[in-house]
Design a protein. Structure first.
Length: 256
């Protein structure tokens, strides 16, 4: 009886170990790539519960969630020979688990290396102004290029974003001087346009005054009043005779 009991316990232990090795569970975002005696099975397992043949089958888990890959800073020489330091971030996910395991040894390291070389290659074909002002266009080019190169590995690159563009201090000062000169140019253009518009208005006002000479004299008196109100010193202005004549004629007409 004791021997039989020990045998039963041994059989139960073996069955438990078999079940533990055979029964696998994959989460919703996981797939199991199965190698049976070294040969790849065509369909990955999961999600849910599935059985493996102990010793015969070997499973490699693959995560299907989007991965955030930080591309280390890269030294880039732009098309106009400006040295810059650029880093980026890429978002990708595995769409073919079998290809991600079989076609490349380490898909994470391979994608990182491809991203670095592509970043240097594409950004080196553009001038500095394009790196600073056409960021969306460059991001799209990077995404397409990296996605094409990683597609045989079962990887889909969805987004690539250039994060920072570090410019040498000397170039920053030159760009600041250029921006200041541009602002001064715009200020001068705006001032010139304002003077032109003012001259147009003065021309219209002169045309109106030429039809009514008395308005010139009234404007002269108004100017004297404004100068007297804004200054404490005494200022003597000659009064034109035609002004007195015009005022006298106007008074005679009112009296008549």
């Amino acid at each position: 009886m004791a021997v039989a009991g020990i045998a039963i316990v041994a059989v139960l232990v073996i069955l438990l170990l078999f079940l533990f090795a055979a029964v696998k569970i994959a989460r919703e975002y996981e797939r199991g790539v199965i190698f049976r005696l070294g040969r790849l099975l065509p369909n990955p397992k999961g999600p849910g519960i599935f059985l493996l043949i102990p010793v015969v089958d070997r499973m490699v888990r693959v995560d299907l969630r989007t991965v955030t890959l930080n591309v280390p800073p890269q030294e880039v020489i732009t098309k106009d020979n400006v040295p810059v330091r650029v880093n980026a971030v890429a978002y990708f996910r595995i769409v073919e688990p079998n290809a991600a395991i079989v076609q490349v040894e380490n898909y994470m390291a391979a994608t990182s290396q491809i991203s670095q070389t592509t970043l240097r290659s594409i950004l080196g074909q553009h001038v500095l102004d394009e790196l600073l002002s056409e960021r969306d266009k460059l991001n799209s080019m990077l995404q397409e290029q990296i996605d094409d190169q990683t597609s045989p590995w079962g990887i889909k690159v969805s987004i690539v974003e250039v994060k920072d563009v570090e410019i040498p201090a000397g170039m920053q000062r030159a760009m600041a001087r250029q921006a200041e000169a541009e602002r001064e140019r715009r200020a001068k253009v705006i001032s010139a346009e304002g003077e032109f518009q003012a001259s147009e208005r003065l021309k219209d006002a002169a045309a109106v005054m030429s039809q009514q000479p008395i308005t010139v004299q009234l404007r002269y008196l108004q100017t004297l009043l404004e100068i007297g109100a804004s200054n404490n010193s005494t200022i003597v202005f000659p009064i034109p005779i035609d002004l007195l004549t015009a005022l006298s004629n106007a008074a005679d007409r009112d009296a008549g």
